[in-house]
Design a protein around this ligand. Structure first.
Ligand code: FES
Length: 91
């Protein structure tokens, strides 16, 4: 996992056997940095209270988070990862 700032927003890029995925790096529960969490296959676990998210679509897999993460389109071109942000940053 790597975190990057894009347009004032922290994005976490996850490289897995299933591909490369990009999501907002701020947990929807209480704003922990998910880039400091653990990645197990396609499950991203928050380092603060343990909520987990599916990095493929951002859905919540485990509490206490209830709101999914924003996901972003990824394209890999000649080894370069390109991310297209989707929508505005959450408030
Ligand atoms: S801040 Fe992520 S689960 Fe609480």
């Amino acid at each position: 996992m790597r975190a990057h700032m894009m347009a004032g927003r922290e994005i976490v890029v996850c490289h897995t056997r299933e591909g490369v995925f990009a999501l907002d790096s701020v947990c929807t529960h209480a704003h922990a940095r998910l880039c400091e969490g653990r990645l197990r296959a396609t499950r991203l676990v928050c380092p603060l209270h343990g909520a987990s998210f599916d990095i493929r679509d951002g859905r919540v897999l485990g509490p206490p988070a209830e709101v999914p993460l924003a996901t972003h389109q990824v394209r890999v071109t000649d080894g370069t990862v390109e991310v297209a942000l989707s929508g505005p940053a959450p408030v």
